[in-house]
Design a protein around this ligand. Structure first.
Ligand SMILES: [Zn+2]
Length: 91
């Protein structure tokens, strides 16, 4: 059963595009699609555009899952997945 979260907690939750679990956004890596249709890894979480999130345990299988293709409905450059895999997660 998913744990029940309070309203104030929920504000910071985002869904991982791969496992679809809700997690605190501070622990997720944001991938952003800007208005020019460019996809980039938004390591600061502040870039403008439509975001998708990936959690640390899904980083290695993000490419295989095609989660970002599904989220953004476009082809994702291999470079983006490489950067997700190599991202230095803060503990
Ligand atoms: Zn995940």
């Amino acid at each position: 059963m998913p744990k029940v979260v309070s309203r104030s907690e929920r504000k910071f939750l985002r869904m991982c595009a791969v496992c679809r679990e809700m997690k605190d956004k501070s622990g997720l890596l944001r991938i952003v699609l800007n208005k020019d249709g460019e996809v980039s890894v938004d390591s600061k979480g502040k870039a403008a555009g439509r975001g998708a999130y990936i959690c640390p345990s899904c980083a290695a299988r993000a490419a295989k899952s095609k989660a970002l293709e599904r989220s953004f409905k476009r082809t994702i450059p291999a470079e983006i997945y490489r950067r997700v895999e190599e991202f230095k997660w803060m503990e």
